[in-house]
Write a protein that binds this ligand. Sequence first.
Ligand code: ATP
Length: 299
Amino acid sequence: MDRIVMHAPAKINLSLDVTGRRDNGYHDVRMVMQQIGLSDEIIIEKTENSSFKQDIEKPCIIVETNSMTLPVNEDNLVFKAAHLIMKECSIGTGIHIFIDKKIPIAAGMAGGSTDAAAVLKGMNRIFDCGLTDERLRELGVKIGADVPYCIMGGTVLAEGIGEVLTPLPNMPGCIILIAKPGISVSTGYVYTEYDSLKDKKHPDVDGMTAAIKEGDIQKISKLLGNSLEGVTQEKYPVIKIIKGIMLGNGAMGALMSGSGPTVFGLYDDNTKADEAARMIMAEELAQDVFITEPYNKEE
Ligand code: ATP
């Protein structure tokens, strides 16, 4: 096989609690992660025949994308992922990676991490490396804390810095409205502000995992919570306004994802989600608006 097309789904956090800060600056978290039906597409192709031997420190990795803003050099997480697999499996051939970017960038939806995960999984397949998912996750955490989750996919409780994973049953079906305001949020800034808060908010992560196990979408919606939301919302009030529109238009629950600024609402009805989307767009509160659903693994 010389070519593979991989789907790289975005994620939202149904629950995100920050429980501590490590000396190396990483934070301990407890998060319930859910993939959604909004995906990048990653096309991976071999570029040289197997007689070509490359310098593994200067590998032949060509990255292209339809995005005007993404780096295509070693700063792109797909480049890092490809290089890691090449070193791990002594791959001598070059690789071409095209990223068809649909997930908003720096949005709190793990866009870069899911692309990296897709490259680790895709290269493992086309080069017949035979790496286990566990080994892929060990490699993935070297790229970023969300990469192991993106390799596992589906509905997952993520602990540690995000790499200690417990799979959960699929989230029940619902309509998910996504709205990403046209602002860039620095994850570093959000965590630093959070660290200095005296009164830290802690969502009920255990309640959320129980609600998922019960398959109770109403309970899931009520228990949505994110420790970081207050910090980002304070700096960017548009987040609160979008949430208000979602909840005012029949969302069962609404929340900011990750460190923001994306906000999502859970609906049991397409018409209500459509109406909220229309209002958000009419008031020019968001740059990107999508209506999607949970992306679940087969059970
Ligand atoms: P998270 O939810 O994991 O915090 P995010 O959705 O907020 O991630 P990303 O879209 O992953 O953020 O982008 C964060 C940074 O990573 C951006 O500055 C971007 O330039 C860089 N980056 C590198 N490679 C990629 C990629 N393939 N896709 C998106 N961003 C990338």
